[in-house]
Design a binder for this molecule. Sequence first.
Ligand code: HDL
Ligand code: ZN
Length: 435
Amino acid sequence: MSTDVLHRDQIPSAVTHALTAQPVTDLHTHLYAPAFGTPVPNATGQTDPAGLMLWGVDELITYHYLIAEVFRVVPAKVLPYDQFFKMTRQQQADHIWKHLFIERTPISEACRGVITTLSKLGLDPNEKSLEKYRRFFVQQDPSRYVDRVMELANVQSITMTNPVFDDNERARWLANPQALADPRFKAVLRIDPILLDYANAARKMTEWGYAVSAEPTNRSIDEARRFLRDWLDRQQAIYIAASLPPEWRYPTSPAAGQTMLEKVVLPVCAERNIPLALMIGARRGANPALQDAGDSLGQGDVNSLAHLCSRFPDNKFLVTMLSRESQHELCVAARKFGNLMIFGCWWFLNNPSLIEEIERMRFELLGTSFIPQHSDARVLDQLLYKWDHSRKIIARVLTDKYADLTDGGLHITQSQIARDAELLLAGNFAEFLAR
Ligand code: HDL
Ligand code: ZN
C-alpha cells in the first residue's frame, strides 16, 4: 500500500488540512479593488464618499443582511426606515451592535460572521462598544489590508460584480480603466437590465452611443453586441452575469429580453468562449423601504434553464439558484448538461444547515464536478468568515464521503484529497472558464 493511504480515523484531519491549505478562487463577490475608491477612513487619509471598496467594522455591521435583522428587533414603527437610513454609517452600526450583539445573542449566521471576522483579525469580539475596533481599522492601508485579508482567508483571487448600468461605477471605468486593474481582482460584466428592462437599457445604450432602438431590430442586435464587446474589453471581464427573478421563463420570457439573450448575450459569450452566469430566484423589492435589504426569493424554473442549456450547447452556463426547493432539480439538470456548472449556496442559502444539505446532495449526484461555494461578500473582511464557515461544512461532508469509500475498501490518499480540494475551491472554475 502506498505510504500516503489514510486510515479511516486520519481522514477528518487530512480533509480539514487540505481544504484549509487550498487557496480559493472566489467566483462571485461584490468586492472591489482599492483603485475603485473607499469611503472608509484609513491610514492613507484618502477617502471617497462614493468609493466602492467597502471594509472595516462599520461596513461589516451595516451589511444589508444585518439591517434586515435589526428591523425585526426594533421595528419600523419605532424607528422609521428613512430615519435609520439618514443616520451615519457609524450611528447605524452602533444601533445594530446594541440591539443584535449586546442586548441579544448574535446567533444568526450574519451576526456570527462578524464575531468570527473580528476574532480572525485578532480583535476581542466581546467589546461593548465599537470604538476599539474603529481604532484598529482606521490604522489600515486599504491595499495592504486586502493582502492581509486574502492571506488570512486563503483566497487567491476575488471575482468582482461590475454592473455596467451603475452610473458611479461606469464613470470610473470610462475615466481610466487601466488604473482599475489589480491582479488580485477579476471583473465580471453584470447586465441585468438588458434581459429584464430592455426599454430602459436600450435608451441608455443609445445615450452612450450605441444605436439600440426600442425594438430589437437587426441593427439594435448588432449595436448591443458591440456594447458588450466594448465592455468586455474595457473590463477584461471573465464572464457575463445576470440575476433573474423567480418568474423568468425560457422561452416566453419577456420577448425583447429573450431576443437579447438569444441574439446578443449568448452569441457574444460563445464567440469569446466565456460563461454566462445566471443567478435565478431573486425577488427584488419585496420590501422596498429596506433598500438592498428588501429583496426576497422565489422558486425559479429549472426547466427553462434546461431548455437554454439544450438549445445553446456551445455556450457555458454558470448557475446558482436562490430557493432551497430548486436545489435538487438543479443538481439533476447539471447531470444532463455538461455545459451547466452549478455553484455556491447563494444569499439566503448561505447558512450552515442549508450548505450542508446542499453540498451532500451535490456530492452524491455530481461527484466533484461542481463549485460548492462563493462568498457573495460585499465587505472585504467578510471573506474571513464566509470561507472559514464554509470550509468547515464542506470538510464535514467530504469526510463522510471519503469514510464511506474507505468502508467500501477504497484506498484514500492525502494527495487524492488535496487534488479534490483544488478542484472544488479553484480548479473546476478555472477549467470551466478554459473549456
Ligand atoms: O444579485 C446578486 O448578486 C445578489 O448577491 C445581491 O447582490 C444580494 O443583495 C446579495 O448581496 N446577496 O448576498
Ligand atoms: Zn451577489
